[in-house]
Design a protein. Structure first.
Length: 350
């Protein structure tokens, strides 16, 4: 059994902890929190060993009547791998601790790509993380784009991807980010960080991204245009994407017209916390138009333009990627084996 520690038990950490606990080849040896709150209470109620992420704050847990098993270094030392789900920037501070205990570490997309040996997406570059000591699971938006672009690149070739990301203003629990009533270019300069982040998975991919931030909490939405080398039909693209386990093509018959209904659908299907681990692609939006060949290159270079809309649940789509990254760094399974095991254990597939 792979012994897994989770340092940081917030939005991502608690979801990864639950996912790890479901895996047939993994044991959750504990989670670390910086302070006692409802999430710490929940971890104890679930039977997860709880550790203090900051030694000086251990008395706060005692005062709150919450037992801790020790400090975070004890947790890291007991693990085969640690998932760092701390707020952005804290992972970089923790790296030396993981190295002192010779424990491979996974970080989240908020950390710099320069911090790690490799940035990771299970569909895009699983094998590159094998044996690495420091791996960054890319952000929710980069995860969603990588899952979509990988099969398109393999099947048709990608000349250029252009994506406009309409981003939620904050997660439901991030009350410090609201209330707000505004629509902001985010950032106002181009490109947004998402395109360069995709290039940490696909270095040669030509991609431009723009971002807008809106007063919503549910999900991100992407408007995607991909200029393809080949010229498939829309139906062929639908069939290709439908074969990807972590892409959900939303049928027109479901009458799901936005993020609100997607979340309602997930809750009706019994998803924990209403989580949606898959990209949600509106099937009706998949459109292919004949491309225009660059001057002097002839019709063979024209390809086709693919358009679609997809929604990304920012709180949960990176969860299966963290689970797969655990197996990758330890060489415990190849990509197909890991993805299949993770998907079955979590119940991925809407």
């Amino acid at each position: 059994m792979i012994k897994v520690a989770i340092n940081g038990y917030g939005t991502i950490g608690k979801r990864v902890a639950d996912a790890v606990a479901l895996q047939p080849d993994m044991e959750l040896v504990g989670v670390a929190k910086t302070r006692p709150n409802f999430e710490a209470e929940t971890a104890v109620a679930k039977g997860y060993p709880l550790y203090a992420a900051v030694e000086e704050r251990r008395p706060q847990f005692d005062e709150a009547g919450i037992d801790v098993a020790g400090g975070v270094e004890k947790l890291v030392d007991a693990a085969d791998v640690v998932v760092d789900a701390c707020p952005s920037g804290i992972g970089a501070e923790n790296r030396s601790m993981y190295e002192e205990h010779d424990t491979p570490a996974l970080y989240q997309g908020g950390e710099s790509a320069d911090l790690v040996d490799v940035s990771f997406n299970a569909r895009g570059n699983y094998s590159e993380a094998e044996g690495a000591d420091h791996v960054r699971v890319v952000s929710c938006n980069t995860t969603g784009l990588s899952r979509l672009l990988a099969p398109l690149q393999e099947a048709y070739g990608v000349q250029k991807a252009r994506v406009t990301l309409v981003r939620r203003g904050g997660d439901p629990g991030q009350t410090g980010r609201g209330p707000i009533d505004d629509i902001l270019p985010n950032p106002v300069t181009l490109p947004s960080h998402h395109g360069p982040d995709v290039n940490t998975i696909f270095p040669d991919l030509n991609i431009d991204t723009l971002g807008l931030k809106v007063p919503a909490t549910l999900m991100h939405t992407h408007s995607v245009n991909v200029q393809l080398d080949a010229a498939p039909t829309a139906e062929e693209v639908r069939d290709l994407l439908a074969d990807e386990s972590r892409l959900f093509l939303v049928p027109a018959s479901y009458d799901i017209d936005g993020a609100g209904k997607l979340k309602e659908f997930a809750m009706d299907r019994g998803r924990p916390r209403g989580d949606i681990w898959e990209n949600c692609i509106w099937e009706e939006s998949i459109t292919v138009e004949d491309g225009v060949a660059p001057a002097g290159q002839g019709d063979a270079a024209a390809g086709a333009d693919l358009y679609l809309f997809q929604a990304i649940h920012q709180e949960s789509d990176v969860v299966p990627e963290n689970v797969d990254a655990i197996r990758a760094v330890l060489g415990a399974a190849d990509a197909d084996e890991s993805v299949a095991t993770t998907d079955e254990a979590l119940g991925i597939g809407l």
